[in-house]
Design a protein. Structure first.
Length: 306
């Protein structure tokens, strides 16, 4: 009888799911809506029902389920609140195991789980210790040491986006603090920096609904102002990753998220500022772009149970 493993990545809008073979081959992937009404009470029952539906179609048995959740997760699979899906403190591992009848269920923070996926099958292949930073609407981080997720005492390890990078910031971050890395290297942060001192001679000044992609596209066309914004972005991110290296000394950094689609312009500039700000022994780390895109979460989730 065939043996399958399920990977689950819970997002604010959709839940991504994947069915994997016992050798780690992705056989099928699909999505279901994330029903966040109430306290997100429908999410896990929906996940359980969807996995069972696919298992019934294929036959065989589900041997394990890995799940990535958008919040701090303890080692025993308890999520310590997820505001964007309305979860309170919730024993995700226990509840999903009860719903499915499957004993082998593991839960991790979604960013950490994505980092594990990239180390296993993506941009971090060949390394056992990586730091992944995800640059999108916000900034997420995941730390893998010796092939295992570094969760921290309360499951909040890897929150790189909320490192303090400027002490003179007056505007608050979404977390309520001021001067977080996320305020300068997220998609919103890049646009905020570009609009702050917009120059009329820049092509960016003619764009009504400015995006981070516009900034990077203009920089690739040698727009002087766009290049200066990208340089600021790279200085903040390279310096932050240098600080991370001083604590963790990873083998490599993997940069993912929507902003990473800008490609080599990010890697080259961030690497420069990283090397400018790090000890000699930590220089010249490998910098790579993520490769799995939106599938990183399901790969990492299933890796936890394989």
């Amino acid at each position: 009888m065939d043996r399958y493993y399920a990977g689950v990545d819970i997002g604010g809008t959709t839940v991504k799911l994947g069915m994997f073979s016992h050798t780690g081959e992705l056989m099928e992937k699909w999505e279901i809506p994330t029903r966040i009404e109430g306290e997100g009470e429908n999410i896990l029952p929906d996940v359980a029902a969807s996995i069972e539906e696919r298992r019934a179609e294929k036959g065989g048995n589900i041997m394990g389920i890995g799940i990535g959740a958008p919040g701090p997760v303890t080692d025993d699979g308890v999520v310590l609140k997820c505001s964007n899906i309305h979860w309170p403190v919730l024993d995700v591992r226990g509840k999903l195991s009860k719903l499915t009848g499957i004993a082998k269920v593991k839960v991790g923070n979604d960013a950490n789980v994505a980092a594990l996926g990239e180390m296993w099958k993506g941009g971090g292949r060949g390394f056992d210790s990586i730091v992944m930073i995800t640059l999108g609407t916000g900034v997420g981080g995941g730390v893998i040491v010796g092939g295992k997720i570094l969760t921290g005492a309360m499951g909040a390890g890897g929150e790189i986006g909320h490192m303090k990078i400027r002490l003179d910031e007056t505007e608050p971050c979404g977390c309520g603090a001021k001067g977080c890395l996320e305020q300068y290297v997220s998609a919103k942060g890049i646009v905020r920096m570009a609009k702050a001192e917009m120059r009329r001679d820049s092509v960016l000044s003619k764009i009504t609904d400015l995006t981070a992609k516009d900034v990077f596209d203009a920089a690739k066309e040698d727009d002087e102002y766009a290049l200066s914004i990208v340089d600021q972005f790279a200085r903040y991110l390279g310096t932050a990753l240098a600080n991370v290296a001083h604590v963790l000394d990873p083998e490599a950094f993997v940069i993912g998220g929507g902003i990473s689609r800008a490609g080599d312009i990010i890697i080259k500039k961030v690497e420069k500022y990283y090397n400018d700000n790090v000890l000699y022994a930590l220089k010249d780390k490998e910098f790579r772009l993520a490769q799995l895109g939106n599938d990183a979460g399901i790969y990492g989730a299933v890796r936890m149970v394989l």
